[in-house]
Design a protein around this ligand. Structure first.
Ligand SMILES: [Zn+2]
Length: 308
């Protein structure tokens, strides 16, 4: 079974800590992802706004680091279109897709989106928690939703083949974005608000709206988004998966673990090598093989095939 995970901060973290992407002590690395039958990992480039001003050249710096790894590691490729991804799965390789977390790096300039595309970025969350030139984030409302610039960028992203990611967006930004979208939209690393009321999680009507675009929601493993647990185990995560499936069907749930972007994970999951704990738990709850395969990777692959 191949795996597709919609979001991790491992690339950013590995570069910052000057450690290897191939083998490290972080949540995710290429050698542990290689344990599965093909692994598609979104590698997000995150700017720590307290340390640096987000910029296209900063994105390029991280992208070049990932490219250097791809040039050296025989079992790791960077994908820029659906064909690359399918080939990587056929060859059971680990396949990275570059993403940017927060459109702040565009600096309010449309031409910078084309530059991101040329660098190899294929997914962008419109905002992080803060508001930016595109719109409001879930932690800061300054614009009253998506700005005219944000709506132009959403349109352009779909024209050129980039996936619009609404994780971290404020509610009004979310709905403005959905109105603009003709292609599948994802929330790459968000959970269900009906299960745990957190500003980073999605209301049921938002989950349904994403499903209607034929998009997916990657379930976030961060214990703070999973919920106030009686016991901080994998079952908390499964409650979110179950809820998303109940609201929007089995074609909408995916993985967005947020490895190396979070401080704590469910206790049986130390990192990417423990994903089987989740799949085995789902199987014990009588989830069929076909549903588990969808959640583990096929649903996200469908979006990649549609948009990239
Ligand atoms: Zn995030």
């Amino acid at each position: 079974m191949f795996i597709a995970d919609g979001h991790c901060d491992t690339l950013t973290e590995a570069v910052e800590k000057n450690t290897s992407l191939v083998e490290n002590t972080l949540h995710w690395d290429i050698s542990r992802a290689s344990l599965y039958d093909g692994f598609i990992q979104v590698l997000a480039i995150f700017h720590d706004r307290e340390k640096m001003k987000p910029s296209v050249s900063r994105v390029e710096y991280y992208a070049k680091k990932a490219e250097a790894v791809a040039n050296q590691a025989a079992n790791f490729v960077l994908a820029k279109d659906a064909g690359h991804i399918k080939k990587a799965i056929d060859e059971r390789k680990v396949c990275g897709i570059l993403a940017v977390e927060g459109g702040d790096c565009l600096d309010g300039k449309t031409e910078n989106l084309r530059k991101l595309y040329d660098i190899g970025i294929r997914i962008m969350t419109l905002t992080w928690n803060n508001a930016n030139e595109l719109g409001d984030g879930c932690g800061q409302t300054l614009n009253g939703g998506l700005t005219p610039f944000g709506s132009e960028i959403v349109g352009l992203m779909q024209d050129i083949g980039m996936i619009v990611d609404v994780s971290h967006a404020d509610e009004k930004t979310f709905w403005d974005c959905i109105e603009e979208c003709r292609k599948p939209v994802i929330a790459s690393h968000s959970n269900a608000r009906a299960v745990h009321d957190h500003r980073r999680n999605l209301y049921d009507d938002q989950i349904l709206a994403i499903a209607k675009t034929n998009g997916v929601i990657g379930v976030n493993f961060y214990t703070e988004f999973v919920g106030p647990p009686k016991k901080n185990d994998v079952n908390g995560l499964i409650r979110h998966i179950e809820h998303i499936c109940a609201v929007a069907g089995e074609d909408t749930a995916a993985l967005g673990a947020d490895f190396d972007g979070v401080e704590s994970l469910p206790e049986q999951i130390r990192g990417v090598h423990d994903l089987d704990v989740l799949f085995n738990s789902l199987a014990r709850l009588n989830y069929s093989d076909s549903i588990i395969r969808k959640i583990a990777g096929e649903n996200l692959l469908r979006v990649y095939t549609d948009v990239l």
